[in-house]
Ligand binder design. Structure first.
Ligand SMILES: Nc1nc2c(c(=O)[nH]1)N[C@H]1C(S)=C(S)[C@@H](COP(=O)(O)O)O[C@H]1N2
Ligand SMILES: [Mo]
Length: 230
């Protein structure tokens, strides 16, 4: 009884959130630009598959702050707090028990490489947000890594259906050097917007810059606008 009430509440929250941000989402540059910059066939959002200034790679380079934290699964947790009705702290088992989403998407790094068609498995940020229920005045999130990295993103970007907290890539556990056990991915923004080794998602009522954003990287990070630095 209690379980099904909770499920009902989460489903309702998800629908409400989706409705609340759908309009803004469809107007974001990675979905709506009528003169996007780039080359190649259209991707699934109608943007040229290779954004301006990017070069395709088959390898997957590693970029981090020089620290690669190793978090045993029985110590791993994810906190969702800030401007939310129900702050949550998830253990590994809690996280894996949430609805799982599989998706294939592209990865665009600001250092000019792009890797296409990466297959991911994980939990939608939208589904995590439905659990925590952002307050009406929430506008952004700030994500924190176990390495003290932070990065900020607006809710109309963060709640897109391809924004996932992934634990699996190409059918295998996400390697530590790429942010395992769990990282975020943001296929419609430059990849620095996805925190590796993610440990906390704070909902904000006003924007707050993250690590690279404070150091001159773009706040918005739109690949098809060459929006790299601010
Ligand atoms: N926690 C954390 N997340 C991070 C970073 C980092 O240093 N720490 N680097 C960012 C940058 S600049 C990029 S380009 C991507 C790189 O991901 P990769 O190393 O898996 O290619 O992760 C992003 N997420
Ligand atoms: Mo980067």
């Amino acid at each position: 009884m209690e379980e099904s009430d909770k499920l009902k509440r989460v489903v309702e929250a998800r629908m409400k959130l989706k409705a609340r941000f759908e309009g803004k989402m469809s107007q974001t540059p990675s979905m709506a630009d009528n003169k996007p910059m780039g080359s190649g066939r259209p991707n699934r959002h109608g943007m040229p598959v290779v954004p301006v200034g990017q070069v395709l790679t088959r390898k997957w380079p590693v970029l981090d702050l020089g620290i690669e934290p190793e978090i045993p699964l029985d110590e791993w947790k994810l906190v969702i707090d800030g401007a939310v009705e129900h702050p949550v702290e998830l253990s590994w088992d809690d996280f894996m028990a949430l609805p799982q989403t599989e998706d294939t998407s592209d990865f665009h790094c600001v250092t000019t490489w792009s890797k296409l068609d990466m297959n991911w498995k994980g939990v939608r940020l939208l589904d995590l947000a439905a659990l925590a229920q952002p307050k009406e005045n929430a506008t952004h999130i700030l994500c924190y890594g176990y390495d003290d990295y932070t990065t900020n993103i607006s809710l109309e970007e963060a709640l897109k259906p391809d924004v996932l907290l992934v634990h699996t890539v190409e059918g295998a556990p996400l390697p530590v050097e790429h942010g395992g056990p769990v990282r975020m991915i943001t296929p419609q923004l430059y990849a620095w917007k996805g925190s590796k080794w993610i440990r906390r998602i704070e909902f904000l009522t006003e924007n707050k810059l993250g690590f690279w954003e404070e150091r001159g990287y773009s706040d918005t990070a739109y690949p098809w606008r060459n929006d790299r630095y601010s």
